[in-house]
Design a protein around this ligand. Sequence first.
Ligand SMILES: [Zn+2]
Ligand SMILES: [Zn+2]
Length: 309
Amino acid sequence: MVEITLLGTGGTLPVKGRWLSSAMIRCMGTSILFDCGEGTQMAAREADLPLGGVDILCLSHFHGDHVAGLPGFLLSMGHEGRRTPVDIYGPAGLTEVVTALRILAPFLPFEVRLHEIRTDQPVTLQTIGHLSVSAFPLEHSVPCLGYTVDLFRPGRFNVEKALFNHVPQPLWSLLQKTDSATDETGRVYTRDMVLGPDRKGIHILLAQDTRPTALLEKMMSGRALCILEGMYGSDDKREKAVETFHMTFTEVAFMASRAKPDEIWFTHYSPSLPDPETYIEDAQTIFPRLKLGTDGMKTILTYPDDSDC
Ligand SMILES: [Zn+2]
Ligand SMILES: [Zn+2]
């Protein structure tokens, strides 16, 4: 299962009831934080999420509303007992920005490992068991990354296949847990020799501060949940969205109508949008499975086809 929590849903500036946009995903003992604007540590506390448990920090880009909360967040992680290394990913400029911000948090009881991602295509950042975190480029006024979290699900054990491949019975159970196993003669067997085809896993996408792009639309396809910016509600703001490299509700809805993810949550609302509910119905006529994200909104996704997850 994958737990997703929106910590904040504000873009540019925090407003009453909206911390700056940030989200946390927890899955199989790994916690991933997406963006860290000012106040993110407060939002995480309000959502009852342990700061010290964050293993991976994915930064979209270096506008203040996405990174200014980093020094305080790192300090709180240390106070909460973090001692093992933390990986921070972000686009070009990561090292310079985080090094500067760390002047405010120079002494941390854990190692901070920086990974600057320069890419024009999707790239896998980390794979932990069946969980994989990847980044892909967006189109903003500065280098900006979207992220995907994929929980892959291997196929079921297939006795006929194991027998057909002459896999010794004592290795059957082991090969359901590891990639390969060796018998006493040194012969190597791989897990695909005993498992059926991969089953549908859980796939999530997060992208903010971007214009619509062909790659983003492609990446949205087949996802259980896409968390996307809803910077502007009204179509009257389209020109402004183009100028500032953001999106309107209907621009997102049109991409979704083609990519067909299971569900979309809006986040990163402009401070000039106090009433996103005014515009959601129009966007839902284009793609019905749109929801307005709110601070603290949470869901737990399980494997789609049965309950043994
Ligand atoms: Zn922003
Ligand atoms: Zn921005």
